[in-house]
Structures are given as C-alpha cells and as structure tokens.
Design a protein around this ligand. Structure first.
Ligand code: ADP
Length: 187
C-alpha cells in the first residue's frame, strides 16, 4: 500500500513521474490539474467555476478543491493507495487533507518534493505550450507556488514525511532515484 503526495513547482515533472509510478505500481494517479482541465472541457459546474482561476494562474478556491478531492479519494480504487499530484497546494488544503485522512483512518506515507531551479521551470513551461503556459501566467503561477505552496515543504518536514529529489535531471534518472527512494521509504 502506497499513499504519496508529489510536491513541487509547476513544471517540475510531478505529473510525468506520477504517471510512470502509477503504471509500475498499479496505484491510481490523482492529478487535480487533470481533473480540473477535464471539467473545463466538459463545462461541468466545477469546470465553469474553475476556468477563470486556471487561466489566470490562480489557485481554484479551496472549497471547490475540497469537495473534488474528497469525492475522488472515496472512490473504491483508492483502497490500493494513491498518488496525489497537484494537491495540496496551500497550508489550508494540507490541513484539510490531514483531517480527512484521519477520519478515514489513513495517512500519507511520504511527500516527494521535486526540486528544479526557477529559470529551468520557466523554460520548460513555455516549451510545454499548454493554454495556461503563456509567459505572464507562468510567472504568476511560480509566484503563487512560492507564496502558497512552498510553505508545505516545512509543513511536511515537521511531520517527518518529506523526501526531496532533484528534478533537474533526465526523466529516466529522476524515475530511478524515485524508485530507490521509495524502496527505502515505503518498500
Ligand atoms: P502544473 O502542471 O503547472 O503544476 P496543474 O496541472 O497541477 O499545474 O494545475 C493547473 C491549474 O489547476 C493550477 O494553476 C490551478 O489553477 C488549478 N489547480 C490544480 N490543483 C489545484 C489545487 N490543489 N488548488 C487550487 N487550484 C488547483
């Protein structure tokens, strides 16, 4: 059973690594960004409410995120464990997750902090060319990360859950280091 959280700035490669790990370990990959993007495409109530925030590189309000995550984490496939990618993104979300997991008698095993220097991130995001990857939105997302998400590094370090990994290496090398780390942490 593995329950883990990928933490790190936009463009760090969390999603890529989470996908690989999800396939190799048969644990669901829960990307809040993917869920939101699909809600926007389908123009569901959630999608309509989230769209403007996403386009501006702002966080979608916690209230919407809470109900979304709660719903996803109560689906039956999560009994095998889960890989959270993109949540939590601020301290209030982390506190919510901790409470929710305690209620369902779970806790996360490890939080993987993927580290990449800012200038590399900007390049990567601009090359990725997603709709919310224009320069001004990218810069804003990095500011939002620094202000709201980076404090989670200390939050999880205090709880002895944090493991860091150098994301400024080839995808394959990051995957290898991640597997080594997980073998040691939860294997
Ligand atoms: P990236 O790949 O750049 O890290 P994501 O795909 O994880 O971005 O998320 C894209 C956008 O979706 C974010 O900029 C934000 O607007 C919204 N979003 C995703 N997860 C959350 C969250 N946990 N809280 C608030 N907003 C979120």
């Amino acid at each position: 059973m593995t329950r883990l959280i990928f933490l790190g700035p936009p463009g760090a490669g969390k999603g890529t690594q989470a996908k690989v790990l999800s396939q190799s370990s048969h644990i669901p990959h829960i990307s809040t960004g993917d869920i939101l993007r699909s809600a926007v495409v389908q123009q569901t109530e959630l999608g309509k409410q989230a769209q403007a925030y996403m386009e501006q590189g702002e966080l979608v309000p916690d209230e919407l995120m809470r109900s979304m995550v709660k719903e996803r984490l109560t689906q039956s496939d999560t009994a095998q464990g889960w890989i959270l990618d993109g949540f939590p993104r601020n301290v209030a979300q982390a506190a919510f997750l901790e409470d929710f997991l305690a209620q369902v008698e779970q806790s996360c095993d490890v939080v993987i902090n993927v580290e990449v220097p800012n200038e590399v991130l900007v390049e990567r995001l601009l090359n990725r060319g997603r709709q919310d990857d224009t320069r001004s939105v990218v810069e804003h997302r990095l500011e939002v990360y620094a202000e709201q998400t980076a404090p989670l590094i200390d939050f999880y370090r205090d709880r002895q859950k944090l493991a860091s990994i150098n994301g400024n290496q080839s995808m394959e090398t990051v995957t290898e280091e991640l597997n080594q780390l997980l073998g040691a942490a939860v294997g």
